[in-house]
Design a protein around this ligand. Structure first.
Ligand code: 13P
Length: 244
């Protein structure tokens, strides 16, 4: 089993004080890859002080290389700072900012071209799950990223069912594993050569209590953590659970 990846997505939460608290907590290294993804204004602060105990990522990036795009940040700028990963296609970006699969794909390609790792987020809504369309939805979202998947460079996929995000109701480990296997199958169809190099993560109400059960399954190669990543003790417990 390869090294697991635990990512903290602070979303639009946290503060400089939290950044300092997190830094104090991550001095110990574990056999887990950890990426902290704070709001972009805190990225430099975290990178300067992390001293390699963990990596730092961004929550979003422009789909364009550069130019007149007020408010956007390019992947090259992210790379210049020393961040290593960028979330693309989070359901909150897709939902609140109308990001289509095509936009997500363009962002993923920018991230890869800058030598960074895109964490491509996919996941179905509650209505899609209840009407038996979850698998088809997630398959389509992955297939739409074919150009990225074939591009080369490190990629992670995060399966985050929308109904499990911020609700306290995680998918069961078996529901997560079933979808992760499905995703692995689509990756192999899209790029047999690259599929097995891609880590597939689960996200949605992961916390210090349910992490061990999730990580009892080898298919769960990491987690993308929202709310519980703001609590340094919870987040440390998740990292310990991943370290098996
Ligand atoms: P929660 O862990 O708060 O459910 O958020 C999950 C998520 O969206 C991480 O990207």
């Amino acid at each position: 089993m390869r090294k697991r990846l635990v990512i903290a997505n602070w979303k639009m939460n946290g503060s400089l004080a939290l950044a300092d608290e997190v830094l104090a907590d991550f001095s110990a290294k574990s056999n887990v890859d950890v990426i902290v993804v704070p709001p972009s204004v805190y990225v430099s602060r975290l990178i300067e002080s992390a001293e390699g105990s963990f990596d730092v990522g961004l929550q979003d990036v422009s789909q364009f290389e550069n130019g007149a795009h007020t408010g956007d940040v390019s992947a090259a700028m992210v790379a210049e700072l020393g961040a290593t990963a960028v979330l693309v296609g989070h359901s909150e970006r897709r939902g609140e900012h109308g990001e289509s699969d095509a936009t997500v794909a363009a962002k993923g390609l920018q991230v890869l071209a800058a030598g960074l790792m895109p964490v491509i987020c996919v996941g179905e809504s509650l209505a899609e799950r209840e009407s038996g369309k979850a698998t088809a939805r997630v398959r389509a979202q992955i297939e739409a990223q074919a150009d990225c998947l074939r591009f080369g460079g490190e990629i992670a996929i995060a399966y985050e069912p929308i109904w499990a995000i911020g609700t306290g109701k995680s998918a069961s480990a078996l529901e997560a594993v079933a979808m992760l296997r499905e995703i692995r199958g689509v990756l192999r169809e899209v790029s047999a050569e690259r599929a097995d190099g891609i880590r597939i993560l689960y996200g949605g109400s992961v916390n210090g209590e349910n992490a061990a059960e999730l990580f009892s399954h080898d298919e769960i190669e990491g987690v993308l953590v929202g709310g519980a990543s703001l609590d340094t003790e919870q987040f440390a417990a998740i990292i310990r659970a991943a370290d098996v």
